[in-house]
Each structure stands twice: as C-alpha cells, then as structure tokens.
Ligand binder design. Sequence first.
Ligand SMILES: Cc1cc2nc3c(=O)[nH]c(=O)nc-3n(C[C@H](O)[C@H](O)[C@H](O)COP(=O)(O)O)c2cc1C
Length: 215
Amino acid sequence: MAKTAFPKPGNFLYPVPAVMVSCQDTEGNSNIFTVAWTGTICSDPPMVYISVRPSRASYELIKSSMEFVINLPDESMVRALDYCGVRSLREHDKWEEMHLTKEKSSKVSVPSIAEAPISIECRVKQIIPLGTHDMFLAEVVAVQVNEKYLDQKGAFHMEKVGLVAYSHGEYYALGKLLGSFGYSIRKKPVHSVHKAKKKSVGKKAPQSKAKNLAR
Ligand SMILES: Cc1cc2nc3c(=O)[nH]c(=O)nc-3n(C[C@H](O)[C@H](O)[C@H](O)COP(=O)(O)O)c2cc1C
C-alpha cells in the first residue's frame, strides 16, 4: 500500500517509554513529572537523556541539583504516570496525591519512587537547548531494581515487570514476545540442527547467543 506524506513533520518515533522522573532542588523540594522524550545514548559510560521544557517546575529543580531519577512504572502505576504529566508542582503535591513513597536513592540526593520496579539514578553532565525542549544528558550512576524480579542466579526478569509503552498519546502494556536479541542468527533448535548440519558442512557456525544486549 502506498504511503502518503503526513501533513506536518513531527514526532512520529513511537513507541517510546513514558517514565516518571523524580527530581529535587538543593533546598530539598522534590517532585515527580512524566517524560516521554527520553532514551539511552551511550553504553559505556552508561548515559541517558531527558528532554524538558524550561516552563516545567521540574526544570528548575533538576537545574539546581543537576540530578534526577528515571523511575519506570509498571502497569499498576499508569494512572499516576498520567497524572504526574498533567499536574504541576506549582499547585500539587504529586507524591501525596498519588500515594507515592519517597525512597532514599543510593548515589544521588533525589528520592526515588519506592513503588516503581526500576529506578535509574542519573547525574547531569550537559544541558543542550534544542528549541521547545532542553536536553539533559546524564550519566547513570546507579540502578535500583525490585528484588522480586531477580532469580536465584541474580538475573533480572524484565519480562515479568509489566512495563508500559507510550505511542501517539496512548499508554500500552507490552504485547507478546516476538523474538529476542540476535534470534535471527541464532542456531536452530536441536531437532532441526541435524538437517542444517548436512547442508552446512565446512561453513562457520553463526554465533549461538548474542553476547551483549547493548550496542
Ligand atoms: C505521557 C506524557 C509525556 C510527557 N513527556 C514530557 C517530556 O518528555 N518533556 C517535558 O518537558 N514534558 C513532558 N510531559 C509534560 C509534563 O510531564 C507536564 O507538563 C507536567 O505537568 C510537568 O510537571 P511540573 O510542572 O510539576 O514539572 C509529558 C506529559 C505526559 C502526560
């Protein structure tokens, strides 16, 4: 089917995460606001960004402490996720109104959200004005995860968390698993290996498992 040009070029890169960013100024005033313009930008050192309009109350808090925490909500937190994105600290105590608990972070002074299954503690390295938004480039200095998703070997089961995606104004639960990193080149299961072996004698076997999830 033919594509047609959308009337105005804009932000069509979806789905994205929608996260709850906790922040605090040097006086100890803290807040939570919702951010969808966020992402990973470097593996080592681990770095992320959030893009924030200077008009947000949170903007001043982050600029003051140069720290923030990205809290990933699970499905049960979607109402709070939305609320923190449509109400301002200027009139609301979102911690109290959404019954969210401040939890001491390990490496930054900003509190994390106790109810969030994953909290990513960040220290701002650079602020880049872009237009409507300023981009805060930050180094990840610690990650706190809910222990209940860790197995006995210490592996974290992200698939069990119930993460949320944001797409074109709507929140979604993640859908069915379609594959895993590197599955397109992974060795076939044992029953089909015998057939494949006959065909590929002498050829170099593909990597059986992707070593790194991050690139
Ligand atoms: C789903 C969603 C995503 C949002 N993404 C951003 C964003 O990426 N950057 C931003 O500056 N504001 C974003 N907002 C808007 C702020 O969260 C909102 O203006 C909030 O009320 C600011 O709170 P504050 O004034 O207490 O800082 C988003 C809101 C929603 C609902």
